[in-house]
Ligand binder design. Structure first.
Ligand code: ADP
Ligand code: MG
Length: 569
């Protein structure tokens, strides 16, 4: 008998049933989970039109034996469990034996596979759920499954699919999560024939950095506690907090899950450390005996049930709390004060006016750039009296009052640094290993694509991604991640506007000014003494041209004599 068998009715009935194929991402999830269960070392995912027209997953795992191939497509056929007792000790990602038949029911499927140790492979093809080809072929060990025309036979469901860029975004997020769970496995993604993601086998930490981006990674501190429930991974230093829980990921026995209990335990660990209503970033892995967790509670296996919820809650809370205690004992490095961030692949809304993203960056971003601070410069020698209207610095200089527009000043600093870096050919960028799709107005994608080289020189790597969207691959390092979408739109507007302008240099300066504007502290943010001093020092480090790149003045002086005149002295 083959390895894959149809489950006895009595077992099949105990399996949490429900719709598993909702959208292209669900197909990719089931196929890649099968690859991982087959001990693949490398998995390549290809999608076209967001997965609507074609999805292919290729792995170098164990493969499927010849006689097993047709069985794999029967309902409740699996090699992973046999009896209902096995349901209590699930160690694989799949176990329901439902994915392949469900996929074949809503699309055309083609499979090439060769079982490790066998000489001949199999080519198998289904159309409308019926077998149309089965033949011996020479093919590499492993499995390649191609899924075409998803939901072609179920137009009602096809209607619910979103724009290709949106569906592709879901796939990208999914691969990010699977990749976090299995850093030792290499993952690659091709979208419409272009390689958009490549994650070689890596350490856990390096994988986190590549998937979540350097900004979030910089906030993370290690967490490890052993016991019946092993908790490991990383959680953000308490100086960081975000408006939502997008930077929080939990994995239970290698499976990404959504779980209220775990969220609650995490927030309990941060109680009093971060403001109420805010969220940390965390990537936490829980490992516990397979029989201590029931994964058979949700059709897509996105939720689990713990046998001893209280113990799990306490283990997570204690582990994170301990880690925070340890990391707070050490003085925070400057970058810990960096602004709030969102996961690079979270489709974050633009920051509200006056909300956090640009905040505090002038401290760390300024310190991080190559340009040295001029010690004892004109601005640094000012005495800071204070800040008014959350937007202006009031300083005392030699015989005068100096008023500084904090946004204009910071913008000027950012602009000058970008310009100097660009001239030197080294604008510091942050590569997004999970490129972010951004929807644009018709025509803008083309405009952005045509300016690709010029934008790359400014630290912004963008390429067209369909007619109405672009893929952002890298952004200038000083840009807060949440600003990417508004920045791309503003740049598109710049390009549309500047098209007729002759001077390339002026046009490039305009682009740098737009980047600077999206990178800096806004009016309406209260600054600490340290931040005000950092801003003044930064102003000394640039060519002092006393106007922001948009031409507004940065500083205004009121001479002592003028003040005295006003008071009739
Ligand atoms: P399940 O994963 O729940 O067992 P599926 O319908 O996803 O059910 O797959 C059915 C069976 O086909 C699996 O149990 C496995 O034996 C086999 N299979 C599917 N995909 C692969 C793969 N990529 N490599 C090796 N075997 C596979
Ligand atoms: Mg499966």
């Amino acid at each position: 008998m083959g390895r894959i068998q149809v489950l006895a009715d009595s077992v099949a009935r105990k399996i949490a049933a429900g719709e598993v194929i909702e959208r292209p991402m669900s197909v990719v999830k089931e196929l890649v989970e099968n690859s991982l269960d087959a001990a693949a070392r490398h998995v390549v995912v290809e999608i076209e039109h967001g997965g609507r027209t074609r999805i292919a997953v290729t792995d170098d795992g164990e493969g499927i034996a010849r006689e097993d191939v047709p069985v794999a497509f029967e309902p409740h056929a699996t090699s992973k469990i046999r009896t209902d007792d096995d349901l209590l000790h699930i160690a694989t990602l799949g176990f329901r034996g439902e994915a392949l038949p469900s996929i074949a029911a809503v699309s055309d499927v083609e499979l090439w596979t060769c079982r490790r140790g066998e000489a001949v492979g199999t080519h198998f093809r289904l159309h409308g759920g019926a077998v149309v080809a089965r033949e011996d072929v020479g093919t590499a060990v492993g499995c390649r499954i191609e899924v075409r025309d998803l939901f072609s036979t179920t137009p009602a469901r096809r209607k619910f699919l979103k724009a290709p860029a949106t569906e592709a975004g879901h796939v990208v997020q999914l691969i990010g999560r699977l990749a976090l769970a299995r850093p030792e496995v290499g993952f690659a993604l091709r979208q419409d024939g272009r390689d958009t993601l490549s994650l070689p086998p890596d350490s856990r930490r390096a994988r986190i950095r590549r998937v979540l981006g350097a900004e979030i990674d910089g906030q993370l501190r290690p967490v490890t506690v052993d016991g019946a429930v092993r908790v490991s991974g990383f959680a953000s230093h308490p100086s960081f907090s975000a408006a939502n829980a997008r930077g929080v990921l939990f994995f239970v026995n290698g499976r990404w899950v959504r779980d209220r209990l775990l969220q609650h335990a995490l927030l309990a660990a941060y109680a009093t450390l971060i403001p109420h209503g805010r969220h940390p970033a965390a990537v936490l892995f829980l490992d516990l005996a397979p029989d201590a967790v029931d994964v058979n509670v949700h059709p897509s296996k996105l939720e689990v049930r713990f046998r001893d919820a209280q113990t799990v809650h306490e283990a997570v809370r204690r582990a994170v709390r301990e880690a925070m205690r340890a990391s707070m004992a050490a003085p925070p490095a400057p970058e810990w004060r960096a602004a709030e961030a969102t996961a690079p692949y979270a489709d974050a809304p633009p920051p509200a006016y006056g909300a956090a993203p640009g905040r505090l960056r002038l401290v760390d971003a300024a310190a991080a750039t190559a340009l040295p601070f001029a010690a004892g410069g004109v601005f640094s020698s000012l005495r800071v009296v204070g800040q008014v209207f959350d937007g202006y610095l009031v300083c005392e200089g030699d015989g005068e009052i100096v008023l500084i527009d904090q946004h204009a000043a910071h913008e000027r600093v950012a602009f000058e640094r970008l310009r100097a870096a660009r001239a030197a050919g080294r604008v510091e960028t942050q590569a997004m290993l999970v490129p972010q799709p951004v929807e644009t107005a018709a025509g803008d994608a083309e405009l952005l694509g045509a300016a690709g080289e010029e934008l790359a020189g400014c630290g912004l790597e963008i390429e067209p991604f369909g007619e109405r969207s672009v893929l952002v691959r890298a952004v200038p390092a000083l840009l807060p991640v949440g600003s990417i979408v508004p920045l791309v739109r503003a740049i598109a507007a710049d390009l549309a506007h500047a098209e007729r302008s002759a001077a390339l240099e002026a046009r490039t300066d305009g682009l740098l000014a737009t980047i600077a504007c999206h990178s800096v502290v806004r009016v309406g943010q209260r600054l600490s003494e340290v931040e005000m001093r950092a801003l003044l020092a930064a102003m000394d480090s640039i060519d002092r041209d006393a106007s922001c790149p948009h031409g507004r003045p940065v500083a205004r002086r009121i001479a002592r004599g003028e003040l005295e005149r006003r008071f009739g002295r």
